[in-house]
Design a protein around this ligand. Structure first.
Ligand code: 26W
Length: 821
């Protein structure tokens, strides 16, 4: 006999208000009059939470009873963005909540703005995970997201004299109404120690005797589906010291030492590593990875066992999707559980392990591929290292059978690299263990097959597949761009929110002058909203009547923020030297948003230069109202939601063959910006969908890049032969943007002139030419709007719902299960 969950409260303004006041009084201990904005925000969040709770409980119960196959998404990052708006949207309570709160004389928008977004991710990979859990819930797919509850998320970026300075992101400081801790369900995780043989029922077995343990406390987060009554779970783990530490205090009498040990344990989930793409091989990072993966596997397997399932059938119960290599230590962990703890034969365990993991690769940069030194792995996870060695031995046997006497190939494919030090190649381990390996855009998957993992693709061609990334239309259209959402809904109904292909219905309206006029009206209103937001946020002013040209993403040389900056510098140089009439320059606002990894020197230099150029050109009277740079600090999901809907031009200008997919490109397209971009990542697919007339393509493609590099690339030849490029670089070199001090930006200039790894100079002219085509197109207002509408209409493919369908069909083979009729 089960008790029904407490029935959902009446969906009326009065009921909502009663609940809100109860939360203020009983939850916060204040009355309305004396409540702070934070009190009110927390009460509002908890009120909305109540409405979702019944559905959450029902979903969990249903999942338990239904026994359908689940997806367990393992990701070290979830870049969630603000939760309140999304929860209101999913539960269709936005209007009720607003009316209710305003009836009490409270500013609703002020409460929404009080929320600090959980920035538990770096960039693309973390945001993708957040979009995926949204789609899984909306599509009624039994799924759980596992990850880490970092106490400090991605750092808060500030600028001091234009240079990036990082501040700790204390996102939990005002309380966190969206999480549900379950300390009673904590899981123990071991580290260090030794391995040994022992006997169980007369049989020899291997076991691991860890030297120290920590506890993983699960914190559950609701992941509400869009208006479908389903609420999935995101379970993030937080590290705590075990009671063993208390005992240590008692025994050793060294209280301080024992407390230090406790702090040590809790360090594991303290802070998100802010590097995205250059792994540092830091011990704590490996601890984080093993910590969350061990907790997650234990948690999931316990549930499977509790329901009485046989672990031999695990592949029918779950796929563990590995979000890049960060969770790959799960592979030896599952083997250890099955072989050491449950006494399975190696082959039996490997047969199951090989069927439950699938691996998504998110990069092409060789330096981004994680490797862990054997020394470190052996010290931290000695049993896992033994297991990895055995997996490698058996794998190399397979290679040897297929290619006898091919020593070179063996060395190339070995999971253990020998140089520069013995190290485990996590991407290879994932590829060997995974049922499937996927890239994140067509081009990327192709390059994985042909280059990065070519040997493996030759051995197992069927293992490789593609799933092009996607974005959730709930957050990135419905929430971020209410004006455009309403216009679309008026034209084609509201089915697009869960079936984004319906945007195709807008195609005929690209030729409708009245629709185009209203489309522009929306864009103009979004610009005003941005002007307002920037003025409040950091006091910067922008002119809403100029073209808004936006490049927002992590700062990385391969993404080539420098290419865009050189274009701006060149315009400045030509105008101030009188070689270009300012009247002939399309008025533009160049917007940048980018965080640099704190240890990435060149990236920080580039940020310094963008701000320095900004100061110069924004102060130049000749450019007043014509050219302006804005670089709001601390680009994050919240800022993206305001910037992207206002954009006219989307900059996606990475060197071809380097950006795995990009997802920002999709967000701009969906919000009616046109793209200037290279043939890279998902840009390729965007261009195929909108056609060459509605996309500004430029630059070398991937094969051409290969050729240029193979022939021995010489950046100086471009410097010498392109006067405008030379003038722009000379301006930087001469200290024009650094008060005459030539040394400040010298590293940037000399790097571009000597190495220029990402061919900025080689693509400069093509980029400038493409920008000239942008100017011509923009001058034709009607034509531009038409292209923008076509971009929106063709964006359906990039819904993360479609990505989920592809994962279901190609990798997971799980089914959708409706919680409610
Ligand atoms: C420190 C080690 C490390 C290495 C790589 C940390 C994080 C990474 C990520 C894979 C970087 C990342 O976010 N990659 C991006 O993933 C997006 C989602 O698939 C793609 O759209 C981007 O193109 C890719 O750069």
């Amino acid at each position: 006999q089960q008790t029904a969950p407490i029935a959902i409260r009446e969906r009326t303004v009065d009921a909502f208000t009663r609940e809100f006041l109860r939360e203020l009084n009983f939850g916060q201990g204040v009355d309305v009059e004396r409540s702070s904005v934070n009190d009110r925000y927390l009460a509002l969040a908890r009120t909305v939470r109540h409405y979702l709770m019944t559905r959450w409980i029902e979903t969990l119960r249903h999942q338990w009873e239904h026994q359908a196959k689940s997806v367990a998404y393992l990701s070290a990052e979830y870049l969630l963005g603000r939760q309140l708006d999304n929860a209101l949207l999913a539960s269709d309570l936005t209007d009720i909540a607003r009316t209710s709160v305003e009836s009490l004389g409270i500013d609703f928008d002020e409460l929404r703005d009080a929320e600090i977004e959980p920035g538990l991710g770096n960039g693309g990979l973390g945001r993708l995970a957040a979009c995926f859990v949204d789609s899984l819930a909306t599509m009624n797919i039994p799924a759980v997201g596992y990850g880490i509850r970092y106490e400090y998320g991605i750092f808060e970026q500030t600028f001091v004299d234009g240079w990036q300075v990082e501040k700790a992101d204390d996102w939990l400081r005002l309380g966190s109404p969206w999480e549900f801790p379950h300390p009673e369900a904590a899981v123990e995780v071991g580290f260090g120690g030794t391995t040994e043989d022992h006997e169980v029922d007369g049989e020899k077995r291997r076991r691991w005797v860890p030297a120290w343990n920590v506890l993983g406390v699960p914190y559950n987060y609701m992941v509400p589906g869009y208006e479908n009554g389903r609420v999935n779970t995101l379970r993030l783990w937080s590290a705590r010291a075990t009671h063993a530490f208390d005992l240590q205090i008692f025994n050793s009498g060294d209280y301080e030492e024992a407390v230090r040990a406790q702090t040590f344990a809790e360090n594991i989930s303290k802070v998100l590593y802010p590097e995205d793409s250059t792994p540092q091989g830091k011990e704590l990072r490996l601890q984080q990875q093993y910590f969350f993966v061990a907790c997650s596997l234990r948690d999931f397997l316990d549930r499977v066992l509790l329901r009485g399932f046989d672990l031999h059938n695990l592949p029918e119960r779950v796929t563990f999707q590995l979000n890049d290599t960060h969770p790959v230590i799960a592979v030896p962990e599952l083997m250890r559980i099955l072989v050491d703890e449950r006494g399975w034969k190696w082959d039996e365990a490997w047969a199951v392990t090989q069927r439950v993991f699938a691996y998504t690769c998110h990069t092409l940069l060789p330096e981004a591929l994680e490797v862990w030194s054997v020394e470190l792995l052996g010290r931290l996870l000695p049993r896992h290292l033994e297991i990895i060695y055995r997996i490698n031995e058996e794998f190399l046997e397979v290679v040897r059978t297929r290619w006898p006497d091919d020593e070179l190939r063996l060395r190339r494919m070995s999971i253990i690299a020998e140089h520069p030090e013995r190290a485990v190649r996590m991407a290879f381990l994932a590829t060997v263990a995974g049922v499937k390996v996927n890239g994140v855009a067509e081009l990327h998957s192709q390059l994985l097959r042909d280059k990065v993992l070519a040997d493996f693709a030759e051995l197992w061609p069927d293992k490789f597949t593609n799933v092009t990334n996607g974005i959730t239309p709930r957050r990135f259209l419905k929430l971020a761009n209410p004006g455009l959402s309403d216009l679309i809904t008026e034209a084609i109904g509201d089915g697009w929110v869960t079936d984004l292909d319906r945007l195709e219905g807008l195609l005929p309206l690209a030729d409708d002058a009245e629709f185009r006029r209203r489309f522009r009206e929306v864009k103009a209103a979004n610009k005003l909203r941005l002007v307002d937001m920037l003025a409040h946020r950091d006091g910067s002013t922008i002119d809403p009547d100029t073209m808004l040209d936006v490049m927002v993403k992590r700062l990385h040389e391969y993404k080539r923020q420098m290419l865009k900056l050189l274009h701006v510098i060149s315009l400045y140089e030509q105008v101030t030297r009188g070689r270009l009439d300012i009247a002939d320059v399309t008025p533009r606002t160049f917007a940048f948003g980018a965080k640099a990894a704190p240890g990435y020197r060149m990236a920080k230099q580039i940020i310094g230069l963008i701000n320095a150029v900004g100061r110069t050109i924004n102060d130049e009277p000749a450019l007043e109202g014509r050219l302006r740079i804005v670089f709001p600090a601390n680009y994050n999901v919240t800022l993206a939601e305001c910037l992207i809907p206002a954009a006219d031009l989307s900059e996606q200008i990475s060197l071809a063959g380097k950006e795995a997919s990009g997802t920002g490109n999709m967000k701009f397209m969906l919000n009616g910006a046109l793209t200037i971009g290279t043939d890279d990542g998902a840009n390729v697919e965007i261009r195929q969908l909108v056609g060459d007339d509605n996309f500004f393509l430029f630059g070398l493609d991937e094969p051409a890049v290969e050729k240029v590099v193979a022939a021995g690339y010489r950046p100086t030849s471009f410097y010498e032969s392109i006067p405008n490029l030379r003038h722009a670089l000379d301006l930087v070199a001469r200290g024009t943007f650094s008060g005459g001090d030539r040394s400040v930006f010298e590293p940037i200039v000399s790097n571009l002139l000597s190495e220029d790894r990402f061919l900025v100079l080689a693509d400069f002219q093509a980029y400038v030419d493409a920008q000239a085509r942008v100017d011509v197109a923009y001058a034709d207002t009607e034509g531009w709007t038409r292209s923008a509408v076509i971009n929106v209409a063709r964006a359906g493919f990039f819904s993360s719902d479609r990505s989920m369908r592809d994962y279901l069909d190609r990798i997971w083979h799980a089914r959708q299960v409706a919680t409610r009729p």
